[in-house]
Ligand binder design. Structure first.
Ligand SMILES: [Ca+2]
Ligand SMILES: [Ca+2]
Ligand SMILES: [Ca+2]
Length: 195
């Protein structure tokens, strides 16, 4: 059954006297609110129903988990790239048991698929479809001045947290790493489980 859940975030930002606003880490709930993250609500019922199909296709021994070797053999991209498969598996393996359950898989899909569509909405002047996702990146000014985000001061703080290599560009991979951490901290499990 597909449930509609409403993201209600009560935020309270307290900036201590004498502490620069940019030095305070961004609260995950504040970040999710600015980005307009909705979790599974942003997917249609049929999209949710399709999310776990690749999981069952890849689970070759049918034990309900994806192993590293199943990742490698199910994707041409990972054949000859076991390190990439390990990284991909690690990004979904929330409980760190070295394998990915159906719920872990679906949660990661909900997070990354929505994260990518938000990335596209932040900078609508770029034709993202014409660029390989491995090369997606946007400038600091595209992010901070985004009319989608609509709050340049908070966007500036967010950008500093996203831009982990400090090169003034927001690469998709560093965006996904931080976004995934915040989403898991701030969103209730039932907004990410796809049930
Ligand atoms: Ca398996
Ligand atoms: Ca696991
Ligand atoms: Ca960067």
């Amino acid at each position: 059954m597909f449930r509609l859940t409403t993201l209600t975030i009560v935020t309270c930002i307290t900036i201590g006297s004498g502490v620069a606003a940019s030095a305070a880490p961004v609260d995950p709930a504040v970040a999710m609110n600015l980005l307009g993250v909705q979790g599974e609500v942003s997917f249609s019922a049929s999209e949710i129903a399709n999310l776990d199909r690749p999981f069952y296709r890849s689970d070759q021994n049918g034990d309900g988990y994806l192993s590293e070797s199943e990742y490698i053999s199910s994707s041409p991209h990972f054949r000859g790239n076991p390190q990439g498969a390990r990284g991909f598996l690690g990004a979904s393996d929330n409980n760190g048991d070295g394998r990915v359950s159906r719920d872990e898989y679906v949660q990661n899909r909900i997070i990354t698929d929505e994260a990518k569509s938000i990335f596209e909405m932040i900078d609508q002047d770029t034709n993202w479809g014409s660029i390989s996702a491995f090369r997606w990146q946007m400038t600091r000014s595209a992010f901070v001045d985004s009319s989608y985000l609509g709050n340049s001061q908070l966007a500036s703080q967010l950008f500093d947290e996203f831009d982990s290599d400090n090169d003034g560009q927001l690469q998709l991979r560093e965006y996904l790493v931080r976004y995934g951490r915040w989403a898991r901290q701030a969103l209730p499990q039932d907004m990410l489980d796809g049930l």
